[in-house]
Design a protein around this ligand. Structure first.
Ligand code: ADP
Length: 574
């Protein structure tokens, strides 16, 4: 139960709706128990003779009246209790989503996207069902169950004791079936996600599949998976099909017992015929709460387990947070960067070793080096996607840990190797992260990124949808869109991490020349595999196995005749 403590604030927020719903449910439970009582009076009147039509009409009107009030309150308990459950689920989902936003990249490396999605769907639904159905069942068990039991005792203690003999069996059967159904339903879900994941992969990889002529193989695999999905569904269906018939059988068993013993008592006139009929009705009402005990135990266990998983995510502390001694509410930085003896390790494997460097506003830095030498890692430390394992990074002389993360990140324009485009218009993709941006600004950055002319040739120009649901842009076009997106933010520091690799070298150089002019008073950091693209930058470092092996201007580095010289010569020869 303590797992549900997280939801306390929401219960407080919606307490009146919740209390209203519970109140309506209790009224429904109590009122519906009076209907058999009225039937009892009517039957007793009839059997005793002397009943007049007016009496019967009076009983009928009572029943109709009660039924109307019950209908009215039934609407409200559903509306309020289910409504609160949905609202709480929504609030919890938003809270989890916003928590994921602040978690660091390490977290996303350690968790699969599919697993995270399951928390948003399966776990959230389990919590909602517990709050909704679970509450209703607990009230039904305690109010409807205990009151019908009391009404039965009221009619005949002995008969009640006989009648309840098979009832624990109903609870046990319900519990067993609820567990089985849950397990098999889980299998169906797992098989369905396998099926969709593999269908998705086949469609995404259709080109490779055709190129390797693997259609047949894929089709067989798919057929196998659909068959498995059908099998899992049938196995679930088998349990479902057995559930209600078995419950009805046990319920009918109790009716037989009551018919036998109750019939005898009626004949002996220990109870009236009206009592006998009412008793059967109460017994019918009692079956549901008895069955609900079994179902609710399972539901609560599942809800608590799901809530536990959600709590675990909510309790995950982001590894990168604003420091306690951050420099007030600093909103601007100039962009002077200094690395002092910085080292960094991913899970114990050191990938950067004792990096010392400094870049001032108005300077440009190039980073060269073989694949895996630590270039991307180095620039990701500047915007604190990770924190150094050793050493310190300073910005304008202040340790970056003391600069608010929001200030730091808004001052850095970062274009990663593989930029992500959202399924939205080109305009929205360029303007991403900016609430108000004019067309002229969008056009200006598109021109700077040398993508404007190509966009204007698309049928819908800047309103063309890109991403998964839109037109497919070439790798180079995506990269230039990403560059436009980063320039639009007007950052103090612009980092381009190999993000022009799919653009032809001439265009890359044009773009970089323009950017150098535009960023003449700021910091420009460029990682590129093409040495030629770095040639015009103020300062270049060469990384190898996480260490700065060489540094200087293009000419200085060439004259060293070392790693840089060899890389350059090799590329020129190519
Ligand atoms: P580069 O940009 O020069 O190609 P990276 O900075 O991407 O190099 O990678 C440096 C080293 O760190 C490589 O050995 C790479 O395998 C490793 N690495 C990069 N990213 C991760 C990560 N998220 N988790 C673990 N190791 C990583």
């Amino acid at each position: 139960m303590k797992n549900f403590k997280t939801l306390k604030e929401y219960f407080i927020k919606y307490k009146w709706r919740y209390i209203g719903g519970l109140f309506a449910l209790v009224i429904v439970n109590v009122l519906q128990l009076f209907i058999p009582r009225i039937i009892k009076y009517a039957i007793d009147d009839i059997t005793q003779g002397g009943v007049v039509r007016a009496h019967l009409i009076k009983y009928a009107l009572w029943i109709v009246g009660l039924a109307l009030v019950v209908t009215f309150f039934r609407f409200f308990w559903r509306y309020f209790i289910a409504g609160v459950a949905i609202r709480i689920q929504e609030a919890l989902r938003n809270r989890l989503f916003s928590h994921l936003q602040i978690l660091g990249l390490k977290f996303f490396r350690d968790h699969r996207i599919g697993d995270l999605m399951a928390h948003f769907t399966n776990d959230m639904n389990a919590v909602r069902r517990t709050l909704g159905f679970g509450t209703v069942m607990i009230v039904d068990i305690s109010v409807l169950g205990s009151l019908s039991f009391v009404f039965m005792l009221f009619i005949s203690v002995k008969l009640t004791l006989y009648a309840i003999i098979p009832l624990p069996l109903i609870t046990l059967v319900a519990l067993r079936f609820a567990k089985l159904i849950h397990k098999r339903f889980g299998n169906v879900q797992a098989s369905f996600s396998e099926l969709t994941a593999s269908a998705r992969e086949s469609i995404e990889g259709i080109r490779v599949m055709r190129a390797y002529n693997q259609q047949e193989g894929e089709l067989d695999k798919f057929k196998e998976q659909t068959q498995e999905y059908v099998d899992k569904n049938i196995s679930l269906l088998r349990v479902w099909s057995g559930f209600f018939p078995l419950i009805f059988f046990l319920a009918n068993l109790t009716i037989c017992i009551v018919l036998w013993f109750g019939g005898k008592e009626t004949i002996l006139k220990t109870i009236s015929l009206g009592d006998f009929v009412a008793f059967q009705a109460y017994l019918g009402t009692l079956v549901w709460p008895i069955m609900a005990i079994g179902i609710v135990i399972n539901l609560l266990q599942r809800g608590a387990a799901s809530m536990g998983r959600i709590n675990k995510l909510l309790d995950t502390v982001p590894e990168i947070v604003d420091s306690k001694q951050k420099t007030g509410d600093r909103e601007e930085i100039n962009g002077e960067i200094e690395f002092r003896g910085v080292s960094f390790a991913y899970n114990g494997t050191e990938v950067l070793k004792d990096i010392n460097l400094s870049v001032k506003p108005g300077e440009s830095l190039g980073i060269a080096g073989p694949v895996g030498s630590g270039k991307s890692t180095l620039v990701s430390l500047i915007s604190r996607l990770f924190d150094p394992t050793n050493g310190e990074i300073r910005m304008d002389g202040t340790p970056i840990k003391e600069i608010p993360l929001s200030t730091l990140r808004k001052s850095i324009g970062f274009v990663p190797q593989d930029s992500f485009l959202f399924s939205d218009t080109i305009r929205a993709n360029i303007g991403f992260g900016r609430s108000e941006v004019s067309d002229s600004e969008i056009y200006r950055v598109a021109k700077l990124a040398r993508i404007y002319d190509e966009i204007m040739q698309l049928p819908n120009k800047f309103d063309e949808i890109v991403g998964e649901r839109g037109v497919t842009l070439s790798g180079g076009q995506c990269q230039r869109l990403a560059i436009a997106r980063a320039i639009l933010v007007n950052p103090k520091i612009l980092v381009i991490d190999n993000a022009l690799s799919s653009v032809d070298i001439e265009k890359e150089r044009e773009i970089l020349n323009d950017l150098q002019k535009k960023f003449a008073d700021r910091v420009l950091i460029i990682i590129s595999h093409r040495i030629r693209s770095l040639a015009g930058l103020n300062h270049i470092i060469v990384l190898e196995q996480g260490e700065i092996k060489e540094s200087g201007t293009h000419e200085e580095l060439l004259s060293l005749r070392g790693v840089y010289f060899n890389l350059f010569r090799y590329q020129e020869l190519e």
